[in-house]
Design a protein around this ligand. Structure first.
Ligand code: XMP
Length: 523
Protein backbone atom coordinates (compact mmCIF):
# COMPACT_ATOMS: atom_id res chain seq x y z
CA UNK A 1 0.00 0.00 0.00
CA UNK A 2 1.00 3.55 -0.77
CA UNK A 3 0.64 6.54 1.51
CA UNK A 4 -0.17 9.87 -0.14
CA UNK A 5 0.35 13.05 1.84
CA UNK A 6 -1.79 15.91 0.60
CA UNK A 7 -0.21 19.38 0.51
CA UNK A 8 -3.38 20.92 -0.90
CA UNK A 9 -3.13 20.63 -4.69
CA UNK A 10 -6.34 20.63 -6.67
CA UNK A 11 -5.07 17.44 -8.34
CA UNK A 12 -4.35 15.44 -5.15
CA UNK A 13 -7.38 13.16 -5.46
CA UNK A 14 -6.28 12.26 -8.96
CA UNK A 15 -3.00 10.85 -7.63
CA UNK A 16 -4.96 8.40 -5.49
CA UNK A 17 -7.15 7.44 -8.43
CA UNK A 18 -4.19 6.78 -10.72
CA UNK A 19 -2.41 4.66 -8.11
CA UNK A 20 -5.56 2.61 -7.57
CA UNK A 21 -6.06 2.35 -11.32
CA UNK A 22 -2.70 0.62 -11.50
CA UNK A 23 -4.02 -1.99 -9.07
CA UNK A 24 -2.37 -0.77 -5.85
CA UNK A 25 -4.21 0.29 -2.72
CA UNK A 26 -3.43 3.78 -1.41
CA UNK A 27 -4.89 6.30 0.97
CA UNK A 28 -4.47 10.03 1.15
CA UNK A 29 -4.14 12.05 4.36
CA UNK A 30 -3.43 15.72 5.09
CA UNK A 31 0.34 16.35 5.13
CA UNK A 32 0.33 17.13 8.88
CA UNK A 33 -0.99 13.84 10.28
CA UNK A 34 1.15 12.76 13.20
CA UNK A 35 4.23 10.56 12.95
CA UNK A 36 2.58 7.54 14.53
CA UNK A 37 -0.11 7.40 11.85
CA UNK A 38 2.56 7.62 9.17
CA UNK A 39 4.40 4.69 10.75
CA UNK A 40 1.26 2.63 11.46
CA UNK A 41 0.01 2.91 7.89
CA UNK A 42 2.65 0.41 6.78
CA UNK A 43 3.39 2.07 3.44
CA UNK A 44 5.69 0.48 0.87
CA UNK A 45 6.12 3.93 -0.63
CA UNK A 46 5.06 7.53 -0.08
CA UNK A 47 3.85 10.14 -2.57
CA UNK A 48 3.91 13.82 -1.64
CA UNK A 49 1.33 15.84 -3.57
CA UNK A 50 1.60 19.32 -5.01
CA UNK A 51 0.26 22.33 -3.17
CA UNK A 52 -0.30 26.06 -3.46
CA UNK A 53 2.42 27.19 -1.02
CA UNK A 54 6.05 28.27 -1.38
CA UNK A 55 8.75 26.62 0.74
CA UNK A 56 10.08 30.15 1.32
CA UNK A 57 6.88 31.35 2.98
CA UNK A 58 6.67 31.43 6.76
CA UNK A 59 5.00 28.34 8.18
CA UNK A 60 4.65 26.68 4.80
CA UNK A 61 3.93 22.94 5.02
CA UNK A 62 6.96 20.72 5.68
CA UNK A 63 7.41 17.01 5.17
CA UNK A 64 7.34 15.13 8.45
CA UNK A 65 10.75 13.42 8.84
CA UNK A 66 8.89 10.26 9.84
CA UNK A 67 8.35 9.82 6.09
CA UNK A 68 12.07 9.52 5.42
CA UNK A 69 12.62 7.36 8.52
CA UNK A 70 10.32 4.70 7.02
CA UNK A 71 13.13 3.63 4.69
CA UNK A 72 10.76 3.34 1.71
CA UNK A 73 10.78 5.09 -1.70
CA UNK A 74 9.38 8.64 -1.79
CA UNK A 75 8.01 10.49 -4.81
CA UNK A 76 7.51 14.25 -4.55
CA UNK A 77 5.22 15.93 -7.08
CA UNK A 78 5.50 19.70 -7.71
CA UNK A 79 5.37 21.26 -4.20
CA UNK A 80 6.20 17.81 -2.81
CA UNK A 81 9.41 17.84 -4.89
CA UNK A 82 10.28 21.39 -3.80
CA UNK A 83 9.75 20.54 -0.14
CA UNK A 84 11.94 17.45 -0.57
CA UNK A 85 14.68 19.45 -2.33
CA UNK A 86 14.54 22.05 0.44
CA UNK A 87 14.70 19.36 3.13
CA UNK A 88 17.87 17.83 1.69
CA UNK A 89 19.71 21.08 1.02
CA UNK A 90 18.80 21.82 -2.61
CA UNK A 91 17.77 25.27 -3.78
CA UNK A 92 14.22 26.34 -4.60
CA UNK A 93 13.71 29.53 -6.53
CA UNK A 94 10.64 31.51 -5.50
CA UNK A 95 8.78 33.10 -8.35
CA UNK A 96 5.52 34.88 -8.91
CA UNK A 97 5.54 33.87 -12.54
CA UNK A 98 3.34 30.87 -13.02
CA UNK A 99 4.09 28.20 -15.61
CA UNK A 100 0.78 26.60 -16.39
CA UNK A 101 -0.14 24.18 -19.15
CA UNK A 102 1.40 21.71 -21.55
CA UNK A 103 5.18 21.52 -21.78
CA UNK A 104 7.70 19.23 -23.39
CA UNK A 105 10.55 18.11 -21.18
CA UNK A 106 13.85 16.67 -22.38
CA UNK A 107 14.98 13.53 -20.61
CA UNK A 108 18.79 13.47 -20.59
CA UNK A 109 19.66 11.36 -17.57
CA UNK A 110 18.88 7.84 -16.39
CA UNK A 111 17.01 6.73 -13.31
CA UNK A 112 15.09 3.66 -12.17
CA UNK A 113 11.92 5.71 -12.25
CA UNK A 114 12.20 6.78 -15.86
CA UNK A 115 13.55 3.54 -17.31
CA UNK A 116 11.46 2.46 -20.27
CA UNK A 117 9.78 5.85 -20.17
CA UNK A 118 12.82 7.26 -21.96
CA UNK A 119 12.76 4.62 -24.65
CA UNK A 120 11.91 7.05 -27.39
CA UNK A 121 15.49 8.27 -27.03
CA UNK A 122 17.51 7.92 -30.20
CA UNK A 123 21.27 8.03 -30.58
CA UNK A 124 22.64 11.44 -29.60
CA UNK A 125 19.18 12.82 -28.90
CA UNK A 126 17.25 13.22 -25.70
CA UNK A 127 13.83 11.67 -25.20
CA UNK A 128 10.91 14.03 -24.95
CA UNK A 129 7.92 13.76 -22.63
CA UNK A 130 4.75 15.76 -22.97
CA UNK A 131 3.75 16.86 -19.50
CA UNK A 132 1.38 19.19 -17.65
CA UNK A 133 3.00 21.94 -15.59
CA UNK A 134 1.36 24.08 -12.94
CA UNK A 135 3.86 25.83 -10.69
CA UNK A 136 5.45 29.12 -9.71
CA UNK A 137 8.47 28.08 -7.64
CA UNK A 138 10.99 25.60 -9.02
CA UNK A 139 14.02 23.65 -7.89
CA UNK A 140 17.18 25.24 -9.36
CA UNK A 141 19.78 23.18 -7.54
CA UNK A 142 19.30 19.51 -6.75
CA UNK A 143 20.37 18.29 -3.30
CA UNK A 144 23.55 16.24 -2.97
CA UNK A 145 22.96 12.68 -4.10
CA UNK A 146 20.23 13.64 -6.61
CA UNK A 147 20.75 13.55 -10.38
CA UNK A 148 19.01 15.83 -12.81
CA UNK A 149 17.09 13.59 -15.17
CA UNK A 150 15.02 16.00 -17.22
CA UNK A 151 14.65 19.71 -17.88
CA UNK A 152 12.99 22.35 -20.02
CA UNK A 153 14.36 25.76 -20.98
CA UNK A 154 12.25 27.42 -18.27
CA UNK A 155 12.51 24.64 -15.68
CA UNK A 156 16.08 23.36 -15.25
CA UNK A 157 15.06 20.43 -13.02
CA UNK A 158 11.85 18.81 -14.22
CA UNK A 159 12.80 15.38 -12.83
CA UNK A 160 15.38 14.68 -10.11
CA UNK A 161 16.32 11.27 -8.79
CA UNK A 162 18.32 9.68 -6.03
CA UNK A 163 18.38 6.00 -7.02
CA UNK A 164 20.32 4.93 -3.90
CA UNK A 165 17.68 6.18 -1.52
CA UNK A 166 14.90 5.82 -4.11
CA UNK A 167 13.76 9.42 -3.66
CA UNK A 168 12.29 11.07 -6.76
CA UNK A 169 10.93 14.48 -7.65
CA UNK A 170 8.69 15.51 -10.56
CA UNK A 171 8.04 19.20 -11.18
CA UNK A 172 5.13 18.36 -13.49
CA UNK A 173 1.88 16.53 -12.68
CA UNK A 174 1.91 12.84 -13.68
CA UNK A 175 -1.60 12.43 -12.28
CA UNK A 176 -3.36 14.53 -14.94
CA UNK A 177 -4.15 12.92 -18.26
CA UNK A 178 -2.40 15.70 -20.19
CA UNK A 179 0.88 14.17 -19.00
CA UNK A 180 0.91 11.45 -21.59
CA UNK A 181 3.16 8.98 -19.78
CA UNK A 182 1.93 10.03 -16.33
CA UNK A 183 0.07 6.79 -15.59
CA UNK A 184 3.12 4.81 -16.73
CA UNK A 185 5.40 6.84 -14.42
CA UNK A 186 3.14 6.39 -11.39
CA UNK A 187 2.66 2.74 -12.19
CA UNK A 188 6.43 2.29 -12.45
CA UNK A 189 6.89 4.00 -9.09
CA UNK A 190 4.40 1.81 -7.24
CA UNK A 191 5.19 -1.51 -8.96
CA UNK A 192 8.90 -1.49 -9.78
CA UNK A 193 10.30 0.99 -7.24
CA UNK A 194 8.00 0.25 -4.27
CA UNK A 195 7.44 -3.40 -5.24
CA UNK A 196 3.69 -3.31 -4.63
CA UNK A 197 1.75 -6.19 -6.17
CA UNK A 198 -1.27 -5.32 -8.33
CA UNK A 199 -3.80 -6.87 -5.99
CA UNK A 200 -6.28 -4.03 -5.86
CA UNK A 201 -8.89 -5.51 -8.22
CA UNK A 202 -12.69 -5.60 -7.85
CA UNK A 203 -12.66 -9.36 -7.15
CA UNK A 204 -10.08 -8.99 -4.41
CA UNK A 205 -11.80 -5.94 -2.97
CA UNK A 206 -15.06 -7.90 -2.77
CA UNK A 207 -13.40 -10.90 -1.08
CA UNK A 208 -11.49 -8.73 1.39
CA UNK A 209 -14.50 -6.60 2.27
CA UNK A 210 -16.76 -9.61 2.79
CA UNK A 211 -14.18 -11.22 5.10
CA UNK A 212 -13.74 -7.97 7.06
CA UNK A 213 -17.50 -7.50 7.43
CA UNK A 214 -17.97 -11.06 8.70
CA UNK A 215 -15.31 -10.51 11.29
CA UNK A 216 -16.53 -7.07 12.36
CA UNK A 217 -20.22 -8.02 12.62
CA UNK A 218 -20.02 -11.53 14.03
CA UNK A 219 -23.56 -12.72 14.79
CA UNK A 220 -25.02 -9.22 15.28
CA UNK A 221 -27.87 -7.64 13.29
CA UNK A 222 -27.34 -4.82 10.77
CA UNK A 223 -29.79 -2.25 9.44
CA UNK A 224 -29.37 -0.44 6.12
CA UNK A 225 -31.37 2.37 4.54
CA UNK A 226 -31.61 1.22 0.92
CA UNK A 227 -32.45 3.96 -1.59
CA UNK A 228 -31.81 2.09 -4.82
CA UNK A 229 -28.91 4.44 -5.58
CA UNK A 230 -25.51 3.01 -6.45
CA UNK A 231 -23.80 3.35 -3.06
CA UNK A 232 -26.47 1.88 -0.81
CA UNK A 233 -27.14 -0.86 -3.37
CA UNK A 234 -23.51 -1.95 -3.36
CA UNK A 235 -23.45 -1.88 0.45
CA UNK A 236 -26.57 -4.09 0.46
CA UNK A 237 -25.00 -6.59 -1.94
CA UNK A 238 -21.77 -6.74 0.06
CA UNK A 239 -23.52 -7.19 3.39
CA UNK A 240 -25.87 -9.78 2.00
CA UNK A 241 -22.90 -11.85 0.81
CA UNK A 242 -21.14 -11.36 4.16
CA UNK A 243 -23.94 -11.91 6.68
CA UNK A 244 -27.06 -13.03 4.77
CA UNK A 245 -30.16 -12.84 6.96
CA UNK A 246 -28.53 -10.74 9.65
CA UNK A 247 -29.06 -7.80 7.28
CA UNK A 248 -32.38 -5.96 7.14
CA UNK A 249 -32.85 -3.20 4.58
CA UNK A 250 -35.44 -0.47 4.87
CA UNK A 251 -36.64 1.02 1.60
CA UNK A 252 -38.77 4.12 2.09
CA UNK A 253 -41.19 4.89 -0.75
CA UNK A 254 -41.83 8.61 -0.23
CA UNK A 255 -44.15 9.01 -3.22
CA UNK A 256 -41.49 11.14 -4.92
CA UNK A 257 -39.69 8.34 -6.72
CA UNK A 258 -39.51 7.64 -10.43
CA UNK A 259 -41.99 5.37 -12.17
CA UNK A 260 -41.73 1.74 -10.93
CA UNK A 261 -38.59 2.58 -8.93
CA UNK A 262 -39.80 0.88 -5.77
CA UNK A 263 -40.81 -2.25 -7.68
CA UNK A 264 -37.41 -2.43 -9.32
CA UNK A 265 -35.57 -2.17 -6.02
CA UNK A 266 -37.76 -4.93 -4.57
CA UNK A 267 -37.23 -7.11 -7.61
CA UNK A 268 -33.44 -6.83 -7.65
CA UNK A 269 -32.87 -7.21 -3.92
CA UNK A 270 -35.81 -9.07 -2.40
CA UNK A 271 -36.86 -11.33 -5.28
CA UNK A 272 -33.63 -11.98 -7.18
CA UNK A 273 -31.07 -11.85 -4.39
CA UNK A 274 -33.17 -12.88 -1.40
CA UNK A 275 -32.24 -9.84 0.69
CA UNK A 276 -34.59 -9.01 3.58
CA UNK A 277 -36.11 -5.69 2.50
CA UNK A 278 -38.89 -3.85 4.32
CA UNK A 279 -40.71 -1.59 1.91
CA UNK A 280 -42.38 1.27 3.75
CA UNK A 281 -45.17 2.93 1.79
CA UNK A 282 -44.97 6.45 3.14
CA UNK A 283 -46.44 8.40 0.22
CA UNK A 284 -49.34 9.86 2.18
CA UNK A 285 -47.13 10.78 5.09
CA UNK A 286 -44.71 12.71 2.88
CA UNK A 287 -47.36 14.39 0.77
CA UNK A 288 -49.35 15.45 3.85
CA UNK A 289 -46.20 16.86 5.43
CA UNK A 290 -45.46 18.80 2.25
CA UNK A 291 -49.00 20.12 1.71
CA UNK A 292 -49.13 23.89 1.42
CA UNK A 293 -45.35 24.37 1.40
CA UNK A 294 -43.74 25.96 -1.64
CA UNK A 295 -40.39 27.19 -0.31
CA UNK A 296 -37.67 24.96 -1.81
CA UNK A 297 -35.41 24.81 1.24
CA UNK A 298 -38.34 24.17 3.60
CA UNK A 299 -39.52 21.40 1.27
CA UNK A 300 -36.07 19.78 1.46
CA UNK A 301 -36.09 20.01 5.26
CA UNK A 302 -39.57 18.50 5.52
CA UNK A 303 -38.59 15.60 3.28
CA UNK A 304 -35.37 15.03 5.26
CA UNK A 305 -37.13 15.12 8.62
CA UNK A 306 -39.98 12.88 7.50
CA UNK A 307 -37.44 10.41 6.19
CA UNK A 308 -35.66 10.29 9.55
CA UNK A 309 -39.01 9.77 11.34
CA UNK A 310 -40.04 6.93 9.05
CA UNK A 311 -36.64 5.32 9.15
CA UNK A 312 -36.42 5.58 12.94
CA UNK A 313 -39.83 3.90 13.29
CA UNK A 314 -38.79 1.04 11.05
CA UNK A 315 -35.52 0.73 12.92
CA UNK A 316 -37.42 0.36 16.19
CA UNK A 317 -39.72 -2.25 14.69
CA UNK A 318 -36.82 -4.22 13.27
CA UNK A 319 -35.05 -4.05 16.63
CA UNK A 320 -38.15 -5.34 18.42
CA UNK A 321 -38.75 -8.13 15.95
CA UNK A 322 -35.24 -9.54 15.90
CA UNK A 323 -36.07 -12.22 18.51
CA UNK A 324 -34.22 -10.35 21.19
CA UNK A 325 -31.13 -9.98 19.03
CA UNK A 326 -30.16 -6.35 19.23
CA UNK A 327 -29.61 -4.44 16.03
CA UNK A 328 -26.16 -3.18 16.79
CA UNK A 329 -25.00 -1.72 13.49
CA UNK A 330 -26.26 0.81 10.97
CA UNK A 331 -24.64 0.50 7.53
CA UNK A 332 -24.07 3.49 5.28
CA UNK A 333 -22.81 4.10 1.77
CA UNK A 334 -20.27 6.83 2.58
CA UNK A 335 -17.63 6.89 -0.15
CA UNK A 336 -14.05 8.19 -0.32
CA UNK A 337 -14.60 11.62 -1.91
CA UNK A 338 -16.96 12.49 1.02
CA UNK A 339 -14.24 11.48 3.46
CA UNK A 340 -11.50 13.45 1.70
CA UNK A 341 -13.71 16.52 1.45
CA UNK A 342 -14.46 16.53 5.15
CA UNK A 343 -10.81 15.79 5.97
CA UNK A 344 -9.80 18.89 4.01
CA UNK A 345 -12.15 21.14 5.90
CA UNK A 346 -11.72 19.55 9.30
CA UNK A 347 -8.02 18.68 9.26
CA UNK A 348 -7.88 14.99 9.76
CA UNK A 349 -10.93 14.54 11.93
CA UNK A 350 -12.90 13.20 8.99
CA UNK A 351 -14.08 10.02 10.60
CA UNK A 352 -15.57 11.64 13.65
CA UNK A 353 -17.29 14.44 11.79
CA UNK A 354 -18.75 12.30 9.05
CA UNK A 355 -20.06 9.68 11.45
CA UNK A 356 -21.72 12.16 13.75
CA UNK A 357 -23.13 14.01 10.82
CA UNK A 358 -24.70 10.90 9.37
CA UNK A 359 -26.20 9.31 12.45
CA UNK A 360 -26.87 12.72 13.89
CA UNK A 361 -30.45 12.83 12.67
CA UNK A 362 -31.56 9.68 14.46
CA UNK A 363 -33.13 9.90 17.94
CA UNK A 364 -31.01 9.06 20.98
CA UNK A 365 -32.67 5.71 21.71
CA UNK A 366 -31.33 4.41 18.40
CA UNK A 367 -27.66 4.32 19.21
CA UNK A 368 -26.08 2.33 16.41
CA UNK A 369 -22.46 1.67 15.60
CA UNK A 370 -21.66 2.65 12.04
CA UNK A 371 -20.50 0.36 9.28
CA UNK A 372 -19.20 2.09 6.16
CA UNK A 373 -17.69 -0.55 3.88
CA UNK A 374 -17.18 1.87 0.96
CA UNK A 375 -15.53 4.71 2.83
CA UNK A 376 -12.16 4.25 1.12
CA UNK A 377 -13.49 3.69 -2.42
CA UNK A 378 -13.92 6.08 -5.32
CA UNK A 379 -17.20 6.11 -7.23
CA UNK A 380 -15.80 4.17 -10.19
CA UNK A 381 -14.39 1.55 -7.80
CA UNK A 382 -17.80 1.28 -6.13
CA UNK A 383 -19.36 0.73 -9.56
CA UNK A 384 -16.88 -1.98 -10.52
CA UNK A 385 -17.44 -3.65 -7.16
CA UNK A 386 -21.20 -3.57 -7.77
CA UNK A 387 -20.77 -5.31 -11.12
CA UNK A 388 -18.48 -7.93 -9.54
CA UNK A 389 -21.14 -8.56 -6.90
CA UNK A 390 -23.67 -9.25 -9.64
CA UNK A 391 -25.81 -6.10 -9.50
CA UNK A 392 -27.44 -5.15 -12.82
CA UNK A 393 -25.40 -2.71 -14.95
CA UNK A 394 -28.51 -0.59 -15.34
CA UNK A 395 -28.60 0.03 -11.62
CA UNK A 396 -24.87 0.61 -11.33
CA UNK A 397 -24.53 3.09 -14.19
CA UNK A 398 -27.71 5.05 -13.58
CA UNK A 399 -27.74 8.81 -13.29
CA UNK A 400 -27.70 10.31 -9.81
CA UNK A 401 -31.10 10.98 -8.29
CA UNK A 402 -31.41 13.55 -5.48
CA UNK A 403 -32.56 12.50 -2.02
CA UNK A 404 -35.69 14.72 -2.13
CA UNK A 405 -36.52 13.13 -5.52
CA UNK A 406 -39.39 14.59 -7.51
CA UNK A 407 -39.98 16.92 -4.55
CA UNK A 408 -37.43 19.35 -6.00
CA UNK A 409 -38.58 18.77 -9.57
CA UNK A 410 -42.13 19.89 -8.93
CA UNK A 411 -41.78 23.64 -8.63
CA UNK A 412 -43.53 25.09 -5.62
CA UNK A 413 -46.15 23.07 -3.79
CA UNK A 414 -46.02 19.31 -4.21
CA UNK A 415 -49.27 17.48 -4.98
CA UNK A 416 -49.93 13.86 -5.84
CA UNK A 417 -51.54 14.89 -9.13
CA UNK A 418 -48.34 16.72 -10.12
CA UNK A 419 -46.09 13.87 -9.02
CA UNK A 420 -48.10 11.37 -11.08
CA UNK A 421 -47.93 13.53 -14.21
CA UNK A 422 -44.21 14.18 -13.75
CA UNK A 423 -43.49 10.48 -13.23
CA UNK A 424 -45.06 9.63 -16.58
CA UNK A 425 -43.31 12.46 -18.46
CA UNK A 426 -39.98 11.55 -16.87
CA UNK A 427 -40.41 7.87 -17.79
CA UNK A 428 -41.05 8.76 -21.44
CA UNK A 429 -37.91 10.94 -21.48
CA UNK A 430 -35.82 8.13 -19.93
CA UNK A 431 -37.16 5.54 -22.38
CA UNK A 432 -36.30 7.68 -25.38
CA UNK A 433 -32.85 8.56 -24.02
CA UNK A 434 -32.09 4.89 -23.57
CA UNK A 435 -33.54 3.89 -26.92
CA UNK A 436 -31.41 6.49 -28.73
CA UNK A 437 -28.20 5.71 -26.83
CA UNK A 438 -28.15 9.19 -25.27
CA UNK A 439 -28.69 8.04 -21.69
CA UNK A 440 -25.04 7.00 -21.41
CA UNK A 441 -23.87 10.16 -23.15
CA UNK A 442 -25.47 12.43 -20.56
CA UNK A 443 -24.53 12.66 -16.89
CA UNK A 444 -28.00 13.45 -15.62
CA UNK A 445 -31.39 13.92 -17.27
CA UNK A 446 -34.90 14.39 -15.97
CA UNK A 447 -38.23 16.14 -16.42
CA UNK A 448 -39.47 19.06 -14.33
CA UNK A 449 -43.10 19.93 -13.56
CA UNK A 450 -44.13 23.58 -14.02
CA UNK A 451 -47.26 24.52 -12.07
CA UNK A 452 -48.46 26.88 -14.78
CA UNK A 453 -51.10 26.34 -17.42
CA UNK A 454 -50.48 27.00 -21.05
CA UNK A 455 -52.81 26.79 -24.00
CA UNK A 456 -52.95 23.98 -26.53
CA UNK A 457 -55.40 23.09 -29.25
CA UNK A 458 -56.92 19.62 -29.27
CA UNK A 459 -59.39 18.90 -32.03
CA UNK A 460 -61.53 22.01 -32.17
CA UNK A 461 -61.06 23.05 -28.58
CA UNK A 462 -58.50 25.02 -26.66
CA UNK A 463 -56.99 23.15 -23.74
CA UNK A 464 -55.21 24.80 -20.83
CA UNK A 465 -52.80 22.32 -19.34
CA UNK A 466 -49.48 21.98 -17.53
CA UNK A 467 -45.97 22.57 -18.84
CA UNK A 468 -43.11 20.06 -18.61
CA UNK A 469 -39.46 21.07 -18.96
CA UNK A 470 -36.79 18.59 -20.00
CA UNK A 471 -33.29 18.90 -18.53
CA UNK A 472 -30.20 16.97 -19.64
CA UNK A 473 -26.63 17.86 -18.77
CA UNK A 474 -23.09 16.80 -19.49
CA UNK A 475 -20.68 17.01 -16.57
CA UNK A 476 -17.92 15.06 -14.90
CA UNK A 477 -18.00 16.49 -11.40
CA UNK A 478 -21.50 18.04 -11.18
CA UNK A 479 -19.89 21.31 -10.03
CA UNK A 480 -20.11 22.77 -13.50
CA UNK A 481 -22.30 21.43 -16.29
CA UNK A 482 -23.25 22.14 -19.88
CA UNK A 483 -26.74 21.46 -21.17
CA UNK A 484 -26.61 18.36 -23.32
CA UNK A 485 -26.80 19.03 -27.06
CA UNK A 486 -29.44 16.39 -27.67
CA UNK A 487 -30.48 15.96 -31.32
CA UNK A 488 -33.61 17.95 -32.23
CA UNK A 489 -35.23 14.76 -33.53
CA UNK A 490 -34.89 13.16 -30.12
CA UNK A 491 -36.33 16.18 -28.31
CA UNK A 492 -39.16 16.22 -30.83
CA UNK A 493 -39.98 12.55 -30.23
CA UNK A 494 -40.00 13.02 -26.47
CA UNK A 495 -42.08 16.18 -26.70
CA UNK A 496 -44.66 14.60 -29.00
CA UNK A 497 -44.97 11.51 -26.87
CA UNK A 498 -45.41 13.50 -23.65
CA UNK A 499 -48.13 15.73 -25.13
CA UNK A 500 -49.93 12.85 -26.84
CA UNK A 501 -49.73 10.36 -24.01
CA UNK A 502 -50.37 12.68 -21.07
CA UNK A 503 -53.57 14.66 -21.54
CA UNK A 504 -52.71 16.99 -18.66
CA UNK A 505 -49.66 18.39 -20.47
CA UNK A 506 -50.00 20.96 -23.25
CA UNK A 507 -46.41 22.13 -23.73
CA UNK A 508 -42.85 20.83 -23.42
CA UNK A 509 -39.70 22.95 -23.20
CA UNK A 510 -36.00 22.10 -23.25
CA UNK A 511 -33.73 23.72 -20.67
CA UNK A 512 -30.68 25.28 -22.37
CA UNK A 513 -29.05 26.72 -19.23
CA UNK A 514 -25.58 25.71 -18.16
CA UNK A 515 -24.15 25.61 -14.64
CA UNK A 516 -23.11 28.15 -13.46
CA UNK A 517 -25.16 30.20 -13.11
CA UNK A 518 -28.08 27.77 -13.38
CA UNK A 519 -27.95 24.73 -11.08
CA UNK A 520 -28.70 21.27 -12.41
CA UNK A 521 -31.93 20.91 -10.44
CA UNK A 522 -34.61 23.57 -10.83
CA UNK A 523 -35.06 24.10 -7.10
P1 XMP B 1 -27.34 21.26 -8.39
O1 XMP B 1 -28.80 21.38 -8.59
O2 XMP B 1 -26.88 21.87 -7.10
O3 XMP B 1 -27.06 19.70 -8.27
O4 XMP B 1 -26.54 21.76 -9.56
C1 XMP B 1 -25.81 19.06 -8.27
C2 XMP B 1 -26.05 17.59 -8.03
O5 XMP B 1 -26.59 17.38 -6.71
C3 XMP B 1 -27.87 16.77 -6.78
N1 XMP B 1 -28.72 17.40 -5.76
C4 XMP B 1 -29.10 16.83 -4.60
N2 XMP B 1 -28.86 15.61 -4.10
N3 XMP B 1 -30.13 16.14 -2.19
C5 XMP B 1 -29.40 15.26 -2.90
O6 XMP B 1 -29.20 14.14 -2.43
C6 XMP B 1 -30.43 17.38 -2.62
O7 XMP B 1 -31.11 18.15 -1.94
C7 XMP B 1 -29.88 17.74 -3.89
N4 XMP B 1 -29.93 18.87 -4.64
C8 XMP B 1 -29.22 18.64 -5.77
C9 XMP B 1 -28.37 17.02 -8.17
O8 XMP B 1 -29.31 16.05 -8.59
C10 XMP B 1 -27.09 16.99 -8.98
O9 XMP B 1 -26.70 15.65 -9.27
Amino acid sequence: RILILDFGSQYSQLIARRVRDSGVFCEMFPYDIDSQRIIDFGAKGVILSGGPESVHADNSPRINDAVFDLGVPVLGICYGMQAMADRFGGKVHASDIHEFGAATIEVNGHSQLTEGIEDSRTEGQSAKLNVWMSHGDKVIEAPVGFDIIASTPSCPIAIMANDDKQYYGLQFHPEVTHTLQGQALLSRFVHQICACAGEWTPDNIADMRIAQLKEQIGDKQVLLGLSGGVDSSVVAALLHKAIGDQLTCVFVDNGLLRLHEGDQVMQVFAENMGVKVIRVDAEDLFLNALAGESDPEKKRKIIGKTFIDVFANSAREVSEQSDGKVVEFLAQGTIYPDVIESAKSHQGKAHVIKSHHNVGGLPDDLAFKLIEPLRDLFKDEVRKLGITLGLPAKMIYRHPFPGPGLGVRILGEVKKEYADILRLADAIFMQELERSGWYDKTAQAFAVFQPIKSVGVVGDGRRYAWVIALRAVETVDFMTARFAHLPYELIETVSNRIMNEIAEVSRVTYDVSSKPPATIEWE
